[in-house]
Ligand binder design. Structure first.
Ligand code: FMN
Length: 470
């Protein structure tokens, strides 16, 4: 059946992965490797990502009170739970035609200090915004919103323009200096500069969700993982080793195809309805937001994200795997992967991870890219619900085979791995953001131009078919 998403299909790789494009045989059987970073000449020619990580696309508006601006952001990600923070990164150094400096947008954002992050159903509104962004330069950015021809109204908590076609809006403001639950200082400044990009931290003040979605008449459908068809053996046989009992009281579920709202999702508790949108305000102080109840501490609404499979070694050499939903590529050059790891003791859901110690000490990790596959998804469910503090054989018990590398274990079944050294650590309140500079990319030999990974960078909205509990 034809889907509204078909025309937004994204595939990778874009070219043959051979010596000419910088790939060579890896020490790991069945893999090829691309050393990083790339040269500036190579980037100037083609700055598309040299490896694939699933990153959703959203549209962001900002204003300085006089003018307005519109940009698209790839890989917007929630990086912290209390306060609830979205990270958006923008190019500050010219790399190529694609990666140019977002000078005016950045200026306006820093003057007005607020944004509205917006999502549309696949179709005309996305195309109109993309067209405005692609045809109107940053130095004329004020003309972009008008040129879309789309209707806008003012956001609830700030003066940014909100498209009335958006089905979901996150309103946020630049973070101010503060303290976390341990009394440690956070956010001397509201951004991190590294390489080609500036990462902004924006505290979410309100969320708007279209009324029919809130009421369960429609559902957001989100495929968080790419699909791919391995041609070689998925992995060698794995023997589980004395699995410990899992804590059944509380488990974080995971499905690569996610629907919101649905029976197993939290309801969106909104304050009021206006212009067909259900609106929820988030209290300004982190203390007021803490709900020790595990369910309520879940994200208050859907936000499209994927999962990175983060591997490390503990001090005693124990290999570890931590699925990390807050994973995104936030810097293009040198290519950096950001992962956000919980350090605060809030509840069962938000507690310090064993991986945290290792990341802080060893300052390196590998980020594997999972795909829609039963073995891989079972592996996410197991390793995302048990700590290596309880299970020394966590990766094998998750049903995944691995090979040892200097940075971390390489999972045979995954098509892509980014080997990273940590170059920045940012304390955010409940999570640390680790910025990992990619030193090389490992790709399975059966990923090729003939056998690509396929993915949609937008969620879809459909009439609800499944029973929805509100
Ligand atoms: C789909 C999924 C996404 C997750 N995302 C994160 C995340 O972004 N940050 C985090 O700290 N924990 C996240 N977790 C929880 C950790 O993976 C989990 O606590 C894991 O057991 C930690 O392992 P460790 O204690 O051995 O490091 C996620 C779990 C799942 C299943």
């Amino acid at each position: 059946m034809k889907s509204k998403l078909d025309k937004y299909l994204y595939t990778w790789p874009h070219e043959e992965l051979n010596a000419q494009s910088g790939w060579k045989k890896s020490q790991h059987k069945g893999f090829i490797e691309h050393p990083m970073p790339e040269s500036e000449e190579k980037l100037a020619n083609d700055s598309r990502w040299p490896g694939f990580f699933p990153s959703a696309i959203c549209f962001v508006t900002t204003t300085n009170g006089k003018q307005t601006a519109l940009e698209k952001v790839v890989g917007a990600t929630i990086v912290n739970r209390f306060p609830f923070i979205v990270a958006l990164s923008f190019c500050t150094k010219p790399l190529s035609k694609r990666h140019y400096v977002r000078e005016e947008f950045i200026k306006m954002l820093e003057e007005g200090r607020s944004v509205a992050v917006q999502y549309f159903e696949p179709g005309e509104s996305i195309d109109k915004c993309m067209n405005a962004i692609n045809t109107i330069d940053d130095n004329e950015i004020d003309k972009r919103i008008g040129s879309t021809g789309l209707k806008t109204i003012k956001a609830q908590t700030n003066d940014c323009k909100v498209f009335t076609d958006a089905y979901m809006v996150y309103e946020a403001k630049l973070v101010k200096p503060g303290k976390d639950f341990e009394g440690q200082k956070i956010f001397d400044k509201p951004y991190t500069d590294f390489g080609s990009h500036r990462i902004y931290y924006l505290e979410i003040e309100a969320i708007q969700l279209r009324e029919d979605i809130c009421k369960g008449e429609s559902q957001v459908h989100w495929r968080s993982l790419p699909f791919w068809d391995p041609k070689n053996e998925l992995q060698p046989k794995v023997e589980g080793i004395s699995k410990p009992l899992m804590d059944v009281k509380y488990q974080k579920g995971y499905a690569s195809d996610y629907m919101f709202p649905a029976k197993n999702t939290t309801a969106f508790y909104y304050d009021r309805i206006e212009n067909g949108m259900c609106i929820k305000h988030l209290p300004p102080l982190p203390e007021d937001q803490v709900e020790v109840d595990n369910d309520k501490a879940r994200w208050p609404c859907f936000f499209p994200s994927s999962v990175g499979m983060i591997t490390t070694y503990a001090e005693d050499g124990t290999p570890n795997l931590m699925p990390c939903g807050s994973t995104s590529i936030l810097i293009r050059h040198p290519l950096c992967i950001a992962i956000c790891v919980s350090y605060a003791k809030v509840n069962v859901r938000y507690a310090p991870r064993a991986s945290l110690d290792t990341l802080l000490k060893n300052k390196k990790f590998i980020c594997g890219v999972p795909f829609v596959n039963e073995t891989v998804i079972d592996g996410i469910k197991y390793s995302g619900n048990i700590s290596s503090a309880q299970d020394k054989h966590k990766i094998s018990n998750a049903g995944l085979a691995f090979m040892n590398d200097d940075e971390g274990p390489v999972l045979n079944a995954l098509p892509i791995h980014f080997k990273c050294k940590v170059v920045e650590i940012v304390r955010l309140g409940t999570h640390f953001l680790f910025l990992g500079q990619t030193e090389s990319i490992l790709v399975r030999e059966d990923v090729s131009i003939e056998n690509k990974l396929k993915w949609y960078s937008y969620p879809d909205v459909e009439t609800a078919k499944a029973e929805v509990k509100i």
